[in-house]
Design a protein around this ligand. Sequence first.
Ligand code: DGY
Length: 328
Amino acid sequence: DRQRRGELPRLVVTRALPDELSRRIARGWDVWTNPFDRTLTADELIAAAERQRAEVLLVMAMDRIDAQVIERLPDAVRIIATLSVGHDHIDLDAARARGIAVVHTPDILSDAVSEIALMLMLCAARRAREGERMLYERTWQGWSPTQLLGRDVTGARLGVLGMGRIGRTIARRARTAFDMELHYHNRSRLAPGLEEGAIYHPDAEGLLAASDFLVLAAPSNPQTRGFLNRERLALLPRGAIVVNIARGDLVDDEALVAALQSGHVAAAGLDVFNGEPDIHPGYLDLPNVFLQPHQGSSTVGTRVRMGHMLLDAIEACSAGQSVPNRLV
Ligand code: DGY
């Protein structure tokens, strides 16, 4: 009705977006965008939704949209759209209970995230941080046959935890680029055509024992939270390399820091952390970690495509159409 009267649908956006997306939003929505360069508190988000009489909230993976927040949202809110594939920050059951649709951005970021996964693997294996530091600290004495010897990636065994779209893209790239021997564990075995030639391990323990490199690519949920704990780290072959592009809470930080200190885990490449933007201080004191600030999907093209996918889904849901990227 409102649209027939010429009113634009009302939207709250929790972080400033790239210009191309802001321009599209300005054309089609009556929008309030968070003006601060930080995540909104729950109270601020709810107040913004009330003031704006928002029908749609466009949120980020850093916004905690838990059951308490969802219960307090004004009735006008019909859609929560998250600019992320991960949806562990949204209580889907609470949204369902209030009849609020939730949409996200699957598939479209698998290439970008797999690029970061390979970057973390390479940088951890080839001791990129130590090399860079040597140059920046001006302590490099010139090439030597024993300088910063790393691990071969080519031909090594790669274990992938979570063979969803992102895990499969990583596996395919690792095989074609580095001829890696692939292993995986997943909730269930994939159809042979989707396995990328990887060996399936019905239990995670088997995967760990077979992983020179372990990449965590599983969503955060009650089954995966705290997955990489002390006992499981001990199952990795000595000198293994751990990469996390999924969510920080898949890892027990104390245990991983201890394994990196002892050398049982030779190096780690981490893009995601428990309690972001804080990170476990132990990582910052270690030379054998390569860290990135949650950059997996951060390319211009990917971010803009994620935004368009989300805006398309919002429009379709508002028009009562079904979309494949709707979670609830
Ligand atoms: C995702 O899409 O889940 C990324 O972590 C960015 O939020």
